[in-house]
Write a protein that binds this ligand. Structure first.
Ligand code: PMP
Length: 284
């Protein structure tokens, strides 16, 4: 059965959705996106995702002519029409189609392109949350504005392929000897003396919505958290390492570059935070 998507101003069947070859998203990766998780047919932390979308658009002087209420309606309608109980909604906005290839931004008469679609997949019962991920480090070759959620994801794809070719689940990125984040998630560790650590926000990492929710949960539970960068060596010796993202929530890492973390089993902090995160959205 075909799924519905939103393209520009209307819903249409996925196989009828067409974007021009001159679209700047296609030619220049000139676009931004958001991925919102769906659990029990409900969007998780939707408004936080829309705030980050507005921030990404501002950073790129990309206009966002749709009110958040309209974007929410589109998300909810697609979730309902496509019968998504569990999965995600993907939204992408590009600088549109100026009808030619030109590096300069077109004038504001060219409307942005808006695409929204859904993907159904299991996210609550993910066996990886029980066994933990095997990850490898790899050089962070991305550009210097990783705080903007652009569709330019080739470096992340390359990192995931490098991990796959080494038999690992995913990659953790390293710049100047320090972990920035995972290929598509933020990274945390618990030190041998029990301190929770994650890198501070900067242009080197994406301000994760899940990361922000976890920091809030930690504050509510008076769980101290240190925001600083850490090296792969420190992570190898950590009690726990875990990554966070909208569709994986809190995911333990039990092997990094062949080193067992926490004896190779998911740790109690990651397990408790995963539960607390899901409970916060009534998803557990
Ligand atoms: N960092 C990167 C590079 C990502 O791609 C993602 C997922 N989009 C994240 C962090 C996690 O962000 P969020 O919690 O908002 O999904």
């Amino acid at each position: 059965m075909s799924s519905w998507v939103w393209l520009n101003e209307d819903y249409c069947p996925a196989e009828h959705a067409r974007v021009s070859v001159f679209d700047r998203g296609f030619l220049f990766a000139d676009g931004v996106y958001e991925v919102t998780a769906v659990v029990n047919g409900q969007l998780l932390d939707f408004h936080a995702h829309m705030q980050r979308l507005q921030r990404s658009c501002q950073a790129l002087e990309l206009s966002l002519p749709w009110p958040v209420g309209k974007l929410e309606k589109i998300h909810e309608t697609l979730v309902a029409r496509n019968h998504v109980q569990e999965g995600s909604v993907y939204l992408q906005i590009t600088r549109g189609n100026p009808g030619k290839r030109d590096f300069h931004y077109p004038d504001t008469s060219v409307p942005p392109t808006l695409v929204v679609f859904t993907q159904a997949h299991n996210i609550l019962q993910d066996p990886r949350a029980e066994r933990g991920l095997s990850m490898v480090t790899c050089p962070d070759i991305r550009w210097q504005r990783c705080d903007i959620k652009t569709v330019s994801l080739l470096a992340a794809s390359m990192a995931k392929m490098a991990a796959q070719s080494q038999g690992a689940d995913d990659a953790i990125l390293v710049r100047d000897g320090l972990i920035t984040e995972a290929s598509s998630a933020n990274c945390f560790m618990v030190t041998p003396c029990g301190k929770l650590v994650t890198r501070a926000l900067s242009q080197a990492i994406l301000p994760g919505i899940t990361r922000a929710a976890l920091l809030d949960i930690c504050q509510q539970h008076q769980l101290g958290i240190e925001t600083r960068a850490f090296s792969p060596d420190e992570a190898y010796g950590a009690r726990e390492v875990f990554i966070t993202s909208a569709t994986t929530f809190v995911m333990p890492v039990t092997r990094l570059d062949g080193n067992l973390i926490g004896g190779g089993r998911p740790g109690s902090v990651a397990t408790r935070l995963r539960k607390a995160y899901l409970a916060r959205f009534g998803a557990a």
